[in-house]
Design a protein around this ligand. Sequence first.
Ligand code: FES
Length: 85
Amino acid sequence: MHGGGRSFVVNRSETLLEAALRSGFYIPAQCKVGACQTCMVRCLDGLVPAASRAGLTDAEIQHGYFLACLCRPDGEISVARAWDF
Ligand code: FES
């Protein structure tokens, strides 16, 4: 996973949010279950699982947004937080 100019590994047992926080890559979060959308990030490259877009608007999805707390990536992705772009 690449984010904000940094790279880290997401283990199969964890979400993108969990891996980011473990790696010192800050993503704001509150509920950690997909309800508050605080952890919304944007995919710049790669594919994110559809389940990580639950509850988002069509416009948010079209612009590549997804929820880090619901994301268990299958491959390499690059993401940006709101303040990264
Ligand atoms: S932390 Fe609330 S939706 Fe991800």
